[in-house]
Design a binder for this molecule. Structure first.
Ligand code: HEC
Length: 120
């Protein structure tokens, strides 16, 4: 009986480790999901009828997205906070890694790309 319990204990420990390894891959994994981030981060201010203007990858061509991320974003989004209740600066809330993933998604779905994408 004791032995059986030990084996069970080991098995559940192994399962637990496997599960946390999987969870780690999904959450803090190296490859960030640009589409998901665009939805979560950008769409909050750039959804349909948003005062800041609606934006989706296919709203601009690749050249415009490249210029936006390289030059304009840092200036035009500088003073903005995440929301009225969350006063974290947008520029701080979006890490360089997140921004890179979003940039890649926008370029991939730009108006002149192979697969223009309507929404993040
Ligand atoms: C907190 C709200 C907010 C968030 C978050 C936000 N934006 Fe904006 N965005 C604005 C506002 C406000 C403007 C208008 C700035 C202006 O006209 O000076 C703007 C302008 C833009 C423009 C027009 C070009 C420009 O620079 O003015 C683009 C493109 C854009 N945003 C894309 C994005 C993308 C992509 C993200 C996600 C990485 C994002 N925005 C996140 C509020 C936001």
């Amino acid at each position: 009986m004791r032995k059986t319990l030990n084996v069970l204990g080991l098995v559940s420990l192994a399962l637990l480790l496997a599960a946390s390894a999987l969870a780690g891959d999904e959450g803090g994994g190296k490859k960030l999901d640009g589409k998901k981030l665009f939805k979560e981060v950008c769409k909050g201010c750039h959804g349909a009828e948003a005062p800041a203007g609606e934006y989706a990858p296919m709203f601009l061509i690749q050249e415009q997205w490249t210029k936006f991320f390289a030059e304009d974003y840092a200036t035009t989004h500088k003073g903005l906070t995440v929301s009225e209740s969350d006063t974290t600066k947008v520029l701080d809330a979006i890490t360089p890694e997140m921004l890179e993933a979003i940039r890649a998604f926008c370029l991939e779905g730009a108006a002149d790309s192979e697969h223009p994408m309507t929404c993040g």
